[in-house]
Design a protein around this ligand. Structure first.
Ligand SMILES: NC(=O)c1ccc[n+]([C@@H]2O[C@H](COP(=O)([O-])OP(=O)(O)OC[C@H]3O[C@@H](n4cnc5c(N)ncnc54)[C@H](OP(=O)(O)O)[C@@H]3O)[C@@H](O)[C@H]2O)c1
Length: 294
């Protein structure tokens, strides 16, 4: 069974558990996802509620168009800034060093912050820059490295990268990415890039940990839910943690937001983890980042 080395010394019975990134920065083991959370009331109240029930890690992006509401909720929550880990992402249209620096300043302004904890390249091979994706990634990552050296971000990383994208980036990177945020749930476990990341000290953040809701169609998971007296969502999120991924569940429903963080008072037996591993492909695999048309 795959168990990430990032789990070493991590106590998954503690709700304040953190992983340690390859640069020493600590990151809470569950993050709150905000894709498709509408800007305005929905994003504001969801993030406010998430912080109230104990999340200390929020995942947003320029492309989600909700950074302003996310930032306002963080400010109004009363939780000290240094206690919240905030990630945002550089969108695909940015292709040069200058673009990336400018995009970062805009995100920072929208969030109302003076630094972010983690800044990542959203996609490795944007449609509009497809012929020269290697150069584009090298340039924007160079800007991120400078933001890191300037102290404007505490960590940098990537998202949706496959092995060949990471290999290309590592040829010129001065700073090894701290994370690769990819689609990981029982239906797509992306072993190849996960093990490459593991070898290079790159933590796997599991986006769409509930398959953007598709996991709930797998009725066979009801058996595990009743065995552990937990919901299907909690079983699958705990599966993610037991492997040492960092799940980023999204919800705009207050009861689910709370439920998705109640993961630290039970653990899955190894044979049940293996049963979940066997669901690979159950509702299909994620898109190929070299083929996406965005
Ligand atoms: N880097 C990238 O390219 C990328 C791509 C996709 C996602 N992400 C990140 O990963 C986060 C999560 O992924 P995701 O948004 O695809 O979805 P997800 O977290 O896998 O699933 C969210 C869906 O499940 C529902 N849900 C959540 N908790 C539930 C529960 N306990 N019981 C029943 N239904 C539940 C939500 O409904 P309600 O909201 O209606 O409650 C929503 O429809 C994103 O928000 C984003 O931060 C990153």
């Amino acid at each position: 069974m795959f168990k990430s080395k990032f789990l070493e010394g991590v106590d998954l019975s503690k709700s304040n558990a953190v992983y340690t990134l390859n640069n020493g920065v600590k990151i809470p083991v569950v993050g709150f996802g905000t894709w498709q959370v509408k800007d305005g009331e929905e994003a504001y109240h969801s993030v406010l509620h998430a912080l109230k029930v104990g999340y200390r890690h929020i995942d947003t992006a320029e492309a989600y168009r909700n950074e302003e509401s996310v930032g306002r909720a963080i400010k109004d929550s009363g939780v000290p800034r240094e206690e919240v880990f905030i990630t945002t992402k550089l969108w695909n249209k940015h292709a040069t060093y200058e673009d990336a620096k400018k995009a970062f300043e805009e995100s920072l302004k929208k969030l109302g912050l003076d630094y972010v904890d983690l800044y990542i390249i959203h996609w490795p091979n944007p449609y509009m820059h497809r012929p020269n994706w290697e150069v584009r990634n090298k340039e924007v990552y160079h800007a991120m490295e400078d933001l890191y050296f300037e102290g404007k971000v505490r960590a940098i990383g990537v998202s949706n990268f496959r092995v060949h994208h990471l290999e290309a980036l590592l040829k010129t990177a001065k700073v090894v990415p701290t994370v690769n945020q990819i689609f990981v749930n029982p239906s797509d476990q992306q072993e190849e890039v996960v093990s490459f990341g593991e070898k290079h000290g790159i933590l796997t953040e599991a986006y769409s940990p509930l398959g953007t809701g598709k996991i709930f169609e797998l009725t066979e998971l009801n058996v595990l839910a009743s065995k552990y007296q937990k919901s299907i969502g909690q079983i699958v999120l705990r599966w993610s943690l037991e492997h040492g991924y960092l799940p980023l569940p999204k919800s705009v429903t207050p009861s689910r937001i709370k439920e998705n963080l109640e993961l630290f008072d039970f653990k899955l037996d190894e044979d049940d983890i293996l049963k979940l591993d066997e669901l690979h492909g159950a509702f299909g695999l994620t898109s190929d980042p070299d083929q996406v048309d965005w």
